[in-house]
Ligand binder design. Structure first.
Ligand code: GTP
Ligand code: MG
Length: 216
């Protein structure tokens, strides 16, 4: 992104996340979802990919969303808000077998139910570990997103752990894997919650989404 219009988006994005974000709700099942309010964006991805860390980096908070070295930290849909306009949802990770089949089934159902019913869901940010790329366990979720026609954008995480020379080829490979997916946003973002790389760009992308929906 470059040019005056895009600079304005960076500023809108910065402001969007400069406020006091707070935890407002946790849901373990469909019946417990909070009432819809404004637009929602959700962060999905494999367990340990860095969803909660990215939400902390976006909001400039160290521990708004709980993170862990152990996969399976986030076990519910966690909702965060700073105003009436935008809600951020931290989703349980998928693809981590050690938590047991029953739990995996319950989370999968929760994620599917949520995607199906949440009409104020403006976009899903699907996180992919930049070191590993798109994995087999990501495919059912990509299929589900295409099926429910939820707009989604892939965000690569942990860029600090990818060698500089490997960043562009990694991006190209992921873009190629998404090329035939109808609901995927063509732009893929590269981020690091550790160094802040790509965070202003992600904020600007979210700001653009709100502008497009007449919310910012
Ligand atoms: P679940 O809630 O289990 O699904 O995991 P999650 O996707 O929320 O991941 P979380 O944010 O808890 O991070 C998992 C691990 O990855 C932690 O040890 C983080 O410190 C690490 N991590 C997250 N983001 C980054 C990053 O940008 N760079 C590096 N090097 N490590 C990261
Ligand atoms: Mg988490």
């Amino acid at each position: 992104m470059s040019g005056p219009a895009d600079e304005a988006l960076f500023e809108t994005g910065r402001k969007l996340f400069a406020g006091e974000w707070r935890f407002v709700w946790a849901s373990a099942k469909l019946a417990e979802l909070p009432p819809m309010q404004g637009l929602e964006i959700a962060f999905a991805g494999r367990s340990n990919v860095g969803k909660s860390s990215l939400i902390n980096a976006l909001t400039g908070r160290k521990a708004l969303a709980r993170t862990s070295h152990t996969p399976g930290r986030t076990q519910q849909l966690n909702f965060f808000r700073d105003s009436d306009d935008l809600t951020i949802v931290d989703m349980p990770g998928y693809g981590y077998a050690a938590v047991g089949k029953e739990k995996v089934a319950a989370w999968t159902k929760l994620i599917q139910d949520y995607l199906r019913v949440r009409s104020n869901l403006a976009r899903v940010y699907l996180l992919i570990d930049g070191r590993h790329g798109v994995k087999d366990t990501d495919q059912p979720v990509l299929d589900q997103l295409d099926l429910t026609a939820v707009s989604y954008q892939v965000v690569l995480t942990k860029a600090d752990a990818i060698k500089l020379a490997e960043r562009e080829p990694t991006l190209a490979k992921v873009k190629a894997a998404l090329a035939k997916r109808p609901a995927a946003h063509p732009e893929v973002l590269l981020t690091s919650s550790e160094t802040g790389l790509g965070i202003p760009e992600l904020r600007a992308a979210i700001a653009r989404l709100l502008v497009e929906r007449g919310m910012a």
